[in-house]
Design a protein around this ligand. Structure first.
Ligand SMILES: NC(=O)c1ccc[n+]([C@@H]2O[C@H](COP(=O)([O-])OP(=O)(O)OC[C@H]3O[C@@H](n4cnc5c(N)ncnc54)[C@H](O)[C@@H]3O)[C@@H](O)[C@H]2O)c1
Length: 101
């Protein structure tokens, strides 16, 4: 198995911020890239974890970053289109539905 470290993206930074927290602590993660349409949330989480790569546009992030894996933590109705686009870009996808949001 490869020991290469991973470049991961997180889209949706409400509950997704807990994914950022765990990725930031992980020895297997080299770099984290953030995406949220809410710019103040994007900058708050970026500042908190010292992450400079930040996007408000998911497709732009997919186009510009070669991500190994993406946490899709946007509202449920966006799970399918976002997960499909992430997989089409060659990334593993972590996506968890909780409740009806
Ligand atoms: N809240 C929980 O405890 C919990 C636990 C497990 C899973 N989930 C799941 O995680 C997902 C998100 O839940 P939440 O509670 O964080 O929801 P939320 O609505 O509070 O937050 C969603 C985030 O996604 C962002 N967003 C919305 N549209 C976007 C877009 N087009 N591009 C980029 N960012 C966008 C919003 O700005 C917001 O920051 C849901 O599917 C939910 O079922 C939530």
């Amino acid at each position: 198995m490869s020991s290469r470290k991973l470049k991961v993206g997180v889209v949706g930074l409400a509950v997704g911020a807990s994914h950022v927290k765990d990725y930031a602590k992980s020895d297997t993660v080299q770099e984290i890239v953030l995406c949220d349409v809410n710019e103040s949330r994007l900058h708050e989480i970026g500042d908190k974890y010292n992450i400079s790569k930040k996007y408000t546009d998911f497709d732009k992030m997919l186009k510009e970053e070669k991500l190994d894996a993406i946490s899709v933590a946007v509202p449920n109705f966006l799970h399918m289109p976002f997960a499909i686009r992430a997989m089409e870009a060659g990334a593993h996808v972590l996506c968890e539905k909780h409740g009806e949001k």
